[in-house]
Ligand binder design. Structure first.
Ligand SMILES: [Zn+2]
Length: 102
């Protein structure tokens, strides 16, 4: 049963982020709301948000982020290559290590 819940949860999270991406230009607040719902599902079902989506929202104010619109992305190559995503809404900076596999 638990496995089924997690499977449904994963599908719903993926769907919510895809919906957020589609609706963002028309209604950014609704996109943020989808992020919130996705986070709630991930907490309840104890599943991690997939890496590709983890980078698409601010980990402080939970806004859905679109590079060049409400956040900017910088690549740093000192030591390990990483990207720095700055949220324009709250100014939070998030650092992600880039792995070659991704
Ligand atoms: Zn933010």
């Amino acid at each position: 049963m638990w496995r089924v819940i997690r499977e449904i949860g994963r599908e719903r999270i993926d769907k919510l982020f895809r919906m957020a991406e589609q609706i963002f230009h028309e209604n950014p607040e609704l996109a943020d709301r989808y992020v919130e719902i996705a986070r709630k599902i991930s907490m309840k079902a104890r599943i991690r948000i997939p890496t590709k989506w983890r980078r698409r929202f601010c980990h402080k104010c939970y806004a859905f982020l679109v590079p060049g619109v409400n956040c900017h992305v910088r690549i740093r190559s000192r030591r390990s290559t990483h990207v720095v995503v700055t949220c324009h809404k709250c100014g939070n900076r998030m650092r992600y290590i880039i792995r070659k596999k991704e």
